[in-house]
Design a protein around this ligand. Sequence first.
Ligand SMILES: Nc1nc2c(ncn2[C@@H]2O[C@H](COP(=O)(O)OP(=O)(O)OP(=O)(O)O)[C@@H](O)[C@H]2O)c(=O)[nH]1
Length: 507
Amino acid sequence: MIPESLQKNLNQCRTLPTLPNIALQVMQVARDPEAGIGDLIPILSKDPALAAKVLSTANSAYYSRQRPCDNLTQALNLLGLDMTVVLTLSFAFANTLHQMQSSALDLKKFWKRSVLSAMAVRVLAKGHAQADQLFLAALMQDIGILALHEIDPQTYVQEVQQAQTHMQLVAAEMQTYHCDHAHIGAWLVAAWKLPTCYVDWIGQSHAPGDSLEAKYIYLSGALADLWVREDPLEAMSEVLQVAAESLDLDAEAMQAVIENVHQHLPEAAQIFGVNLEDPIDMLELVQSAKDLLVERNLRLMQQMAHYQQELQQLRSHHAELHQQLQRDPLTQVYNRGHISQLLEHAYQQAKATQTPLTLMFIDLDHFKKINDTFGHQTGDEVLKITGQILLSMVRKTDYAGRYGGEEFLVIMPGSYADDAGKLAQRLQTAFAQQDTRLAQIGCTLENQQPLKVTASIGIATWEPQQQHPMTSVDVLVACADKAMYQAKSSGRNCVVCYSNHLYDTGH
Ligand SMILES: Nc1nc2c(ncn2[C@@H]2O[C@H](COP(=O)(O)OP(=O)(O)OP(=O)(O)O)[C@@H](O)[C@H]2O)c(=O)[nH]1
């Protein structure tokens, strides 16, 4: 997780924050399964300042009860072993911080965020079996900032100065060091030999994943930022968002958490020696942030609707383009590329399902003459009408396409030549009836007779157990083509089936 070169610097740095001796002794007691509260008393008694802090914590509103504790034994019994260890380490950690000096890092702000995070996690994780340990983890969650500052002060201070928010700082760290202060903090508490829960929670505090405890730590930091950041409204809307997304806590629940933290500010300030005044009216801030979120959601919904509309337009445009790619622009039937693909597919399907496949090859007669007599535009008009006739007459399961200039194909999956022959005759009738439409655009012969459009049609069928099987699509096309040529040489305007059975249309 931590790059090797950075790891080396950390190992060699002699000025990293350390835990004082007393904290190490307390940790030793905590690790001993036989040890009890009684073993802590002689250790704490050696440090009167620490003992006084533990006593005043036991007497604080957090632990308020009828009679105040007058001595350490009572206090420790009230707090319990875990919390006493946590408090001792917290105060030891505070001492470590107070002894550190930095002209560039705002240590007061750092400590304020730590204490507020710890206070916040205490409310958030109330009732959690490891609530005490979470308190200490929240307090120490940013310790990696101090470590990074120790090993690379100049660059790091620049990063800190440029970042407006905690997560911006994390992003800048990732860019510069390929890890963030949560990873460094986890490494440091592991070096202090603190239990692995601290290593895990602190390490994941910026990307909690599924860890509920890491989510508490992450949210506690965001909550602490309400008192630390210069844009509290923005910070509040981030808190509400993080709370909803990670812990499913709504604005009302967060309002209660903030109120609770707010209530305990004076005594936490006293115990941890830090100024914790409310910079602004926090409760009013929650309301404003809720309004802001509603407004944002509305804007987001509008944006979504807009994107949805754009997506719809893009989809239909795409479908249109797709159609255009498949269609012949003049006749609107499938173009050669696509009809060839469809034919290949239909041929494979026919073979796979052992069902017949019939192909019709249509070639308009004397088309050159139409062009020469009436001009290309009229020729185009005839092709257009031919396309319309094909599209209106072939079944939905059949496909019509333009194979060349005045050549068309109709693919008829599942049909035998007989069915195709009937369709071919109907098509010829329809082609011949083009004359009225052509007369409307002035296409009449010199003797004022209407121009008759006819076609020669060849039909070939692939079918299972054929005597001479058509072994490929190309063979099938060649057979239909051959039949069509036979129709041409038989005088045009007729249909020929490849099996040589001729459908005479009585031209
Ligand atoms: N107007 C127009 N003419 C085209 C188009 N594509 C091909 N042609 C013409 O179609 C004509 C086809 O002529 P031929 O191959 O000799 O066939 P035909 O005149 O129909 O004679 P038969 O097939 O023997 O009945 C040529 O003159 C081509 O220029 C097109 O898109 N529009």
